[in-house]
Design a binder for this molecule. Structure first.
Ligand code: C2E
Ligand code: CA
Ligand code: CA
Length: 250
């Protein structure tokens, strides 16, 4: 499991990390998730994978907390996970057994998968949200969905897909989309995260548009836990205090 920082635009502080899977293969090296997640979904293996990711990421976040690094952790979940009626209990139990406050955990679900089984997704989301877990809509803008779930689901955060962020200065349509999503998120009091922040120019452009949180190679590539701490310590992005993910404070 690798981790990539999410950084507050206003303060430059790391408020959390996203856990991203890599498969260490004896012949192929690090196999990227794009090459095995969909396969795992089709093979019915995604759910046990998610449970492992959740447990591992929460244990890691607890270890960072013990070392004075008060950061949250985000885990990607698939629609299959939310269809399991025991999933919310598993998540909350995992928080309890690692002594992680549920508010320090964010679950990221893609817009595309939200539409697969809205009734079950809604019930699971509601339960998790009632207990304080943060919910994020990933790859925002790439699905075929309507905005209705923003009305009905207890969403805390939207993540602008890197395909829009990358076009911020080269494509006027991408720029208009990024600007509109930031405005939409702000008007709904949601935290707005931009992924794919690859350089200083994009960082400055997003900051001036009022985006809350940045994630991307400009800050740090996804790295193993030990390397991440070293990278953060040697950079301007380190945090040692409790960083808020409350949108009012972003
Ligand atoms: P995602 O959730 O949209 O994650 C963001 C992807 O953007 C990651 O790719 C990350 O490494 C990459 N990225 C971050 N910053 C930059 C940047 O500045 N430029 C560019 N070009 N890319 C950047 P990664 O790690 O290859 O993951 C790909 C996808 O695989 C993820 O997309 C997510 O949908 C899926 N995935 C990864 N880990 C898990 C997991 O544990 N469970 C599930 N269900 N899916 C996962
Ligand atoms: Ca994600
Ligand atoms: Ca994405």
């Amino acid at each position: 499991l690798h981790y990539q920082p999410k950084v507050n635009f206003k303060t430059g502080q790391t408020i959390g990390v996203e856990a991203l899977l890599r498969w260490p293969h004896p012949e192929r090296g690090w196999v990227p998730p794009d090459q095995f997640i969909s396969l795992a979904e089709r093979a019915g293996l995604i759910h046990p994978i998610t449970l492992w990711v959740l447990t591992t990421a929460l244990k890691q976040a607890q270890a960072w907390r013990d070392a004075g690094l008060q950061i949250g952790v985000a885990v990607n979940v698939a629609v299959r996970d939310l269809q399991d009626p025991t999933f919310p209990d598993f998540v909350l139990q995992a928080c309890r057994s690692t002594a992680m406050p549920p508010g320090a955990l964010t679950l990221e679900l893609t817009e595309r998968s939200l539409m697969t089984d809205p009734a079950k997704t809604n019930a699971a989301f509601q339960r998790l949200s009632d207990d304080g877990v943060r919910l994020s809509i990933d790859d925002f803008g790439t699905g075929y969905s309507s905005f209705s779930y923003l009305q009905t689901l207890p969403v805390d955060e939207i993540k602008i897909d890197k395909s829009f962020v990358g076009g911020l200065f080269s494509d006027t349509r991408s720029e208009a989309i990024v600007r509109s999503v930031i405005d939409l998120g702000r008007n709904l009091s949601l935290a707005v995260v931009a992924e794919g922040v690859e350089n200083q120019l994009i960082w400055e452009g997003l900051a001036s548009l009022g985006c809350h949180v940045a994630q991307g190679y400009h800050i740090c590539r996804p790295s193993p836990a030990a390397e991440l701490v070293t990278a953060l310590k040697n950079s301007a992005w380190v945090t040692t205090r409790n960083e808020s993910t409350n949108v009012q404070e972003l």
